[in-house]
Ligand binder design. Structure first.
Ligand code: GDP
Ligand code: CA
Length: 330
């Protein structure tokens, strides 16, 4: 154990950012002021895309904006108080994707990122640079520096076709039946520098209640990440994104169905698996609504912890993260 616990969070966008805010809050409540020194967030980059010549990293941006307190909490994505003048102009040109809105402030982020990438910075270096603008209280790492955008294969009108995750998710609202999710090139990708080291050096690793298939799934598919989670001496604690058999928001149920996992807190725990049994988890937080599933989780070799899982505000997220931090030692 370090003097202040080293914490690593694996996270996607919206669920991931609420939970990361909670983790930062829980560490502050323990008297740790310099949380950036102890809190590392490994962020999904499977959602990333090129659009109108700029590189978007939706999950990285969601977490950055949320930690900086400049996110649009009403809409659930992008910057608070953003406008869409450039987006309107792109539409007039017939450029980009008409169903994918880019805010003006958000475009500033994408331009800055793309410029730095073009100058030769790695994605990890760009994220580090972007983390200097606001006191985020966490070190953010993309899961990898490789471009491994998620491609979804769907059934469409009797045929099968593949499309970028963002087109499937945003344009089609996940209504085309998915049969497969892939991250082309991921088998030869490497974890971002520092990610495996952070997991090895952690006192606790937390898997945020993010989409298990398209947010946590890609992170776990980066070669080396799964082994790092299996071999760290830190306990690995996950939080269920499923409450009472339902996804809280979003369309994670469609993704789970596609990979043959039931939309239940116990089934997602089984999908991650018990560390004792070749999987990843030591403990799994489930909602009070799902307390009857605790025995199932326990039987699969994972310690069930029943807690309120609704991240309705910062205090609730902080209480949830605190419970996750204490799930094994507490
Ligand atoms: P995305 O990248 O923006 O889709 O966000 P994430 O993958 O990080 O998180 C999406 C998941 O968060 C959804 O599948 C929800 O099930 C889960 N989620 C959202 N809000 C809550 C909450 O308040 N509590 C819990 N336990 N899960 C939540
Ligand atoms: Ca995402």
């Amino acid at each position: 154990m370090h003097d202040s616990p080293r914490v690593v969070v694996l996270a996607g966008g919206v669920g991931g950012s609420k939970f990361t805010l909670g983790a930062r809050g829980a560490l502050r409540d323990r008297g740790i002021d310099d949380t950036a020194r102890v809190l590392t967030v490994v962020v999904n980059t499977g959602d990333d895309l090129w659009l109108s010549g700029v590189r978007l990293q939706p999950d990285v941006d969601s977490i950055t904006y949320a930690l900086a307190g400049v996110n649009d909490t009403q809409r659930g994505w992008g910057r608070a108080g953003d406008t869409e003048r450039v987006n309107h102009e792109l539409r007039e040109w017939g450029a980009g994707w008409p169903w994918f809105t880019l805010g003006d402030l958000d475009l500033g982020t994408h331009l800055a990122r793309t410029g730095w990438l073009r100058e030769g910075l790695t994605p990890t270096q760009v994220v580090e640079r972007m983390s200097r603008r606001w006191p985020l209280g966490a070190r953010l790492l993309p899961m990898t520096d490789a471009e491994v955008d998620t491609i979804v294969t769907v059934r469409d009108g009797g045929g099968i076709r593949s499309l970028h995750f963002q087109e499937w998710w945003t344009r089609h609202r996940a209504t085309l039946e998915p049969v497969d999710f892939e991250n082309p090139g991921i088998s030869s990708a490497a974890p971002a520098p520092g990610a495996v080291e952070a997991i090895a050096d952690a006192d606790v690793v937390l898997i945020a209640p993010s989409n298990p298939v398209v947010s946590i799934g890609p992170i776990l598919s980066v070669p080396g990440v799964r082994d790092a989670l299996r071999s760290t001496s830190a306990p690995v604690v996950g939080v269920s994104p499923i409450i009472g058999g339902r996804v809280v928001r979003g369309m994670a149920d469609v993704c789970l169905t596609a990979i043959g996992v039931e939309t239940s807190a116990a089934a997602v725990a089984g999908h991650y698996g018990a560390r004792a049994d070749g999987g990843l988890l030591d403990a799994w937080l489930i909602a009070e609504e799902d307390s009857d599933l605790a025995a199932d989780v326990e039987r699969s070799g994972i310690r069930p912890v029943v807690r309120p899982l609704w991240m309705t505000d910062a205090a609730a997220s902080t209480a949830l993260a605190a419970a996750a931090l204490d799930a094994v030692h507490g």
